[in-house]
Each structure stands twice: as structure tokens, then as C-alpha cells.
Design a protein around this ligand. Structure first.
Ligand code: M6R
Length: 626
């Protein structure tokens, strides 16, 4: 979950390239940061505990004579966040940065002890630097030494290694966490994510697991898992560097909340035929390895044929993406009449799951790199399922490994708290449910048209709800005095209640719970008193009356109730603490609307409490370790 940047080549100042790149990767971890840059004699290392700005303070007055360097921003796994444990790590003339976990670090430590090598940090990463240095005593070739160390490492790792003896070389290797090589003119780059490099190049080579890149001067050799040279697949992205800037907003999160109407429009656009108001999922591109489900001898099944044969859907994800999965369960069961199981990826992968034949297994991941979700996907493939991914980051590991593909199309999401990727996921999951229903023959044309029309209206309805920004800006100072928050909802609003609670926990560090309203009497009612805010999400749907009864029960016990509804205002304007009106919408669209005020509530509360919104404590955007 750390961020890595490397620069080798041209005329740019490596310090600028690396530190600016790390700024774009700070979402991956911000416990400490460091750089090592060639200064004419060796790779000079500067490290600092805390956020990147601490490192910047230390490097402001430094200049370097070389054009090669590596840098790192850390999310601590082995060893507390401190300067001593900050990357880069060094052993003699070897310097490296690492993202991931070396699982057999105890074994390696024992081996190093037998060689009388004693690490100076508590990290697993430093051990790799020692192994490479020892190996370089046996072979004069830098690349060879790194290659020979690699089989000694177990776990997940992306490494960038430099050596004082070979100052115009850099070796990148990937076994798990992402690593991308950016191709420039007479200069090249390496990073954990393209966002770090967009201001320098649009041409990228995404390394696959077990691949290596050997950068030497302005030349790069790419090696496959067998160690043979290979021609790289160069991908050109047309992402503008502006996409990863705040564009006048105080935080990325607020910018991303306001981008949501546009994100939803971009998510649905490829799959909707506007004249007929019909749905056809585009570019799902099931690969040839997809298990065949259709009873005919056809080798190439269309998406529709494949969907027709599906008998059960599994949806697996983590965090906010898991709540999107839970909303999708309501969509698919009600619209496509197919049974759906949802699971948290870290549970699915270890619970010896049963995945019957003719199951469609969908994983949802904004980053496409979440370690547990990726492992769940691999397990589902082993169990013979037909798999699909719904990712935001194209070419991410999950996107590459799934049989079929859907995209959120939200553009880069930088804030650690996921917002626009969530609503884009919900929009695509609406279409996924409709496409399944069509393939199953359980959707009439009028139902399809009505639903598509409702989805097309969602972006403008979201614009209306964004007006609550000002309201929560003011209300936050009142709300921050409460002891805790209870979010309640039924049906599709139940996962939204949990998402609201998650946002508040991760940003405001306040106690918050998301509950199915019907469960209140089974325990949570005991929590309610005048110091608890009850946020009731109750759109006018088939369970509306029941939700309102739950609201009255909470009120009767002294709870301060905030009601979010598109129902009648008059009965509640005076009886609730706050009445937040939502636009009238199709039941499946209401989650896209009701989640927005909850995001704004968490955002403004965190600001009122003076928390770092874009970088909440202890968290990272991409959870690439389990
Ligand atoms: O990249 P992913 O969607 O796989 O990430 C899953 C979770 O780590 C993520 O949604 C996390 O819960 C967010 N910080 C929530 O705002």
C-alpha cells in the first residue's frame, strides 16, 4: 500500500520529478517518505517520518548532480512509522524501495544473522537490500544479482532497486502490487500508479507479475517471468494531468463529491441506446478462457448468451465497494430474479466457499488492486466460475485477470474515502441487473425504458442534492458535539446506511453504526438517547411506512432524528431534528441520491474537527496487502 516513484534519464531535476510524483501517490500511504538520488558519488538518502511535507522541508535546499533517483511514501506494515523504518532502505551500495510484504522475512533475517548481517530497521524491506548486496558479491552483474534474489522472496512485492556501482541503471520488479513504467523521450519513469507520471508522459507499460524492467541510460529491457527479453505492450492513456489536481476545491474528496453527476453520466453512457432507451453492455469482452456455459457447441458466446445461462450471482468486494455489492443484490434479485450472494472478500477467500456451476462471479474494486478482492477473484476462477470485474482503474490487476469487464469510468479518485466510484458503481450495477434480466427474458420493454429513463435523470437529480453542501457546512459545528451516529435504512437504503456510517468513521473518527431499521428492536435501540444522532434514510418505497414507524420509535426514546426522504414533508418538518428532502426517483436510483448528503455530512464533520480529509489516519487508498 505504499507508493513508489523512480526517474532515470533526461534533463529534469530528479528531486522534483520524484517528490511531485509522490504527492500524487500519497493516497497510498503517508506514514513516512524518503528519496535516494544520485549525487555524483552515491545515492544520497533523505527520509522523514510523517507526511510528505516533512520530507519536502528536508529537501528544499538540496540539489543533486545526477538524473536518477527513487522515492517512496509508506503505509507501515512491518515496523512502526518512523524515520528509521522509512524507505529507501540501504545495504552497502544497494538502495531500494518496496511496496508489499515479504512474508518469509523471519527466515531471511535468520539467514542474514548467519552471515553476520544485522538490519538497522524493523522492516521486511531492508532485508531484501542485504540479500541483493550479498548476491552482488558472487556475480558482477546487477540484473543477475536481483534476479537471483527474487526466488528467495515470498509474498507480495513491487521493488525498485539502484546501486552505487551502476549509477545509470534501475531495476523494477513486480510480484503482486502494481508497477508501471512510463516511457518518455530520452528519459523514463517507474511508479506504482500512472497518476504519478501523467504530467510527464501518456505512454505506459504495465508490468505483469514476475516481470522485470531493466532501465539503463535511456534504454529499457523488459523480461518475462522466464527471464526472457520481451517486446513490451505500450498503452497510451489520454488522461489529462488536470484530472489529478484539486481544481480549486479545498480537498480532493469535495471535488470528487461534486464530480458525481458527471461520473454517473460517464458510467452509463457507453451502455445506453438513447433513441430506444435500451441497455446493451458494451466492451464486456469475455475472454477465451471464460468457462463455457452455453449448451450449444459455439465457442464464442455473446455476453447475452452467457448471461442467459447464469443461475446464480456472487458479488465480492471490500469496504465501500462491498456496500455497492449489497445494493446490487437488491437490484439483481428484484429485476433479474436471480439469487445473489454477497461477501466481503477477506471472508470469501478463507471460508471454503461453494460456488455451484453456472455461477457468475462479480468483483467490485475502484483501484482494481485490493489484495483480498484479487485473491477472491483468483479463487473463484479456480472453482470454475465465470468471472467479471467492475473496476475504475483500467488495466489494474483485477481488470486484467477477470474474464469479463465493466468499468466505473469515474476518472481518477484520489481522496481515500471513496465517493464518485461508489455512485458510478451503482449506476453500472443498475445496467448490469437490467442486462441480466433481459438475457433471462424477465424484463418487459416498458420496464426497461422506464428504468433507463430514471437512470438518465440521475445526474441532474444528484446536482439538486449537492446543494446540501452548504447546509452541512453550517450544521457540522453542531453535529460534532454528539456522542455517536446511528444510520438506519431498509432495502436498498440499508447498505447506504452502512456506507454513511463508514464514511463518518473513516473521516470524522466518530462512533457510527449502519443498521437495518428492522433490527432496531433487537439491540441498537438501547444506544439511543439525546446524545445520539439517528440518520433515517427512508425514500418512499414499498417499506416506507415501516421505516417511518422505526423513526417514531427512535424519537420516542429521545433520539435526535435526521430524516432523508423523498416522501411528504409536512408530518416531519416539526417532529424531526432535520428534514432533508430528496428528489422523487425510481426505487433503484434512490441510493445514488441518498448517499450524497451522507458523504457531505462526513466531509464537513471531518473538516469541523480539523481532520485531514484526504488522508485519514491509519488508512490508504489502495489496500494491496491483506
Ligand atoms: O479499491 P477498492 O474499491 O477495492 O477499495 C475497497 C476499500 O478499501 C475502499 O472502498 C475503502 O473502504 C474506502 N476507503 C472507503 O471510503
Amino acid at each position: 500500500m505504499c507508493g513508489i516513484v523512480g526517474y532515470l534519464g533526461g534533463t529534469k531535476d530528479p528531486k522534483e520529478v520524484i517528490i511531485n510524483g509522490l504527492k500524487k501517490l500519497e493516497y497510498r500511504g503517508y506514514d513516512s517518505a524518503g528519496v535516494a538520488i544520485w549525487n555524483g558519488k552515491n545515492f544520497q538518502r533523505i527520509r522523514a517520518a510523517g507526511k510528505l511535507k516533512e520530507l519536502e522541508k528536508q529537501t528544499t535546499d538540496l540539489s543533486f548532480q545526477g538524473v536518477v533517483g527513487i522515492g517512496h511514501t509508506r503505509w507501515a506494515t512491518h515496523g512502526a512509522p518512523s524515520e528509521r523504518n522509512a524507505h529507501p532502505h540501504q545495504s552497502g551500495d544497494i538502495t531500494l524501495v518496496h511496496n508489499g510484504i515479504i512474508e518469509n522475512y523471519l527466515e531471511i533475517k535468520e539467514f542474514l544473522k548467519s552471515q553476520e548481517v544485522y538490519p538497522s530497521s524493523d522492516t521486511d524491506s531492508e532485508l531484501v537490500a542485504h540479500l541483493i548486496r550479498l548476491q552482488l558479491q558472487k556475480t558482477p552483474h546487477f540484473l543477475q544479482a536481483v534476479r537471483e534474489v527474487r526466488p528467495l522472496l515470498k509474498g507480495a512485492f513491487a521493488l525498485l532497486v539502484v546501486c552505487d556501482r551502476f549509477p545509470d541503471e534501475m531495476i523494477a520488479l513486480k510480484e503482486g502490487p502494481p508497477l508501471v513504467v512510463g516511457l518518455g523521450t530520452n528519459e523514463n519513469f517507474v511508479a506504482s500508479d500512472v497518476q504519478a507520471l501523467l504530467s510527464h508522459t501518456q505512454r505506459f507499460v504495465f508490468l505483469e507479475d514476475q516481470e522485470m524492467a531493466h532501465l539503463k541510460g535511456t534504454h529499457i529491457d523488459f523480461y518475462n517471468s522466464e527471464g526472457q527479453k520481451q517486446t513490451p505492450v505500450v498503452q497510451t492513456l489520454n488522461w489529462s494531468p488536470d484530472l489529478v489536481e484539486k481544481q480549486g476545491f479545498p480537498h480532493f474528496m469535495l471535488k470528487e463529491i461534486h464530480e458525481q453527476p458527471r461520473a454517473v453520466a460517464a458510467a452509463i453512457e457507453p451502455h445506453i441506446h438513447l433513441e430506444t432507451l435500451s441497455v446493451k453492455l458494451k466492451n464486456v469482452n469475455f475472454s477465451h478462457q471464460t468457462p463455457r456455459l452455453h449448451s450449444t457447441d459455439k465457442t464464442d458466446q455473446t455476453t447475452e448468451e452467457l448471461f442467459h445461462d447464469i443461475e446464480r450471482v456472487f458479488i465480492v468486494a471490500c469496504g465501500t465497494s462491498f456496500y455497492a455489492a449489497q445494493v446490487a443484490k437488491y437490484y439483481i434479485e428484484q429485476i433479474a430474479k436471480l439469487p445473489v450472494e454477497t461477501d466481503i472478500a477477506s471472508e470469501f477467500r478463507y471460508r471454503h466457499p461453494v460456488v455451484p456451476p453456472k455461477s457468475l462471479f462479480l468483483v467490485i474494486s475502484q483501484s482494481g488492486e485490493t489484495a483480498d478482492t484479487l485473491a477472491a477473484l483468483r479463487l473463484a476462477k479456480q472453482l470454475g466460475a465465470t468471472t467479471m470485474s467492475l473496476c475504475n482503474v483500467k488495466n489494474s490487476s483485477i481488470d486484467r485477470e477477470a474474464h469479463g469487464h465493466l468499468y466505473m469510468n469515474s476518472g481518477p479518485e484520489i481522496g481515500v474515502a471513496s465517493t464518485k466510484a461508489f455512485v458510478s458503481s451503482l449506476a453500472v450495477l443498475n445496467l448490469f441487473a437490467l442486462a441480466l434480466a433481459k438475457a433471462k427474458g424477465v424484463l418487459s420493454q416498458s420496464q426497461e425504458q422506464e428504468h433507463v429513463q430514471a437512470l438518465l435523470s440521475a445526474p441532474s437529480q444528484m446536482e439538486v442534492v449537492l446543494a446540501y453542501d452548504k447546509y452541512f457546512n453550517e450544521a457540522a459545528h453542531r453535529l460534532k458535539l454528539f456522542k455517536g451516529f446511528l444510520f438506519m435504512g431498509r432495502g436498498v437504503s440499508y447498505p447506504i446506511a452502512m456506507e454513511g456510517a463508514l464514511k463518518l468513521k473513516e473521516l470524522a473518527y466518530l462512533h457510527a453504526e449502519g443498521y437495518a431499521s428492522g433490527e432496531m428492536k433487537h439491540g441498537p435501540l438501547a444506544l439511543i438517547d439525546e446524545r445520539i444522532v439517528v440518520v433515517m434514510i427512508a425514500p418512499q418505497d414499498e417499506v416506507y411506512e415501516k421505516s417511518i414507524s422505526n423513526l417514531e420509535e427512535a424519537r420516542a426514546r429521545g433520539g435526535k432524528v435526521w430524516l432523508l426522504t423523498n416522501g411528504e414533508a409536512s408530518p416531519f418538518k416539526t417532529t424531526t431534528e432535520a428534514f432533508l428532502h430528496l428528489p422523487k426517483a425510481h426505487w433503484a436510483i434512490t441510493p445514488l441520491l441518498s448517499v450524497v448528503p451522507l458523504q457531505l455530512l462526513a466531509y464537513h464533520l471531518a473538516c469541523a474537527l480539523d481532520h485531514d480529509v484526504d488522508q485519514p489516519r491509519n488508512l490508504a487508498k489502495s489496500v494491496t496487502v491483506e
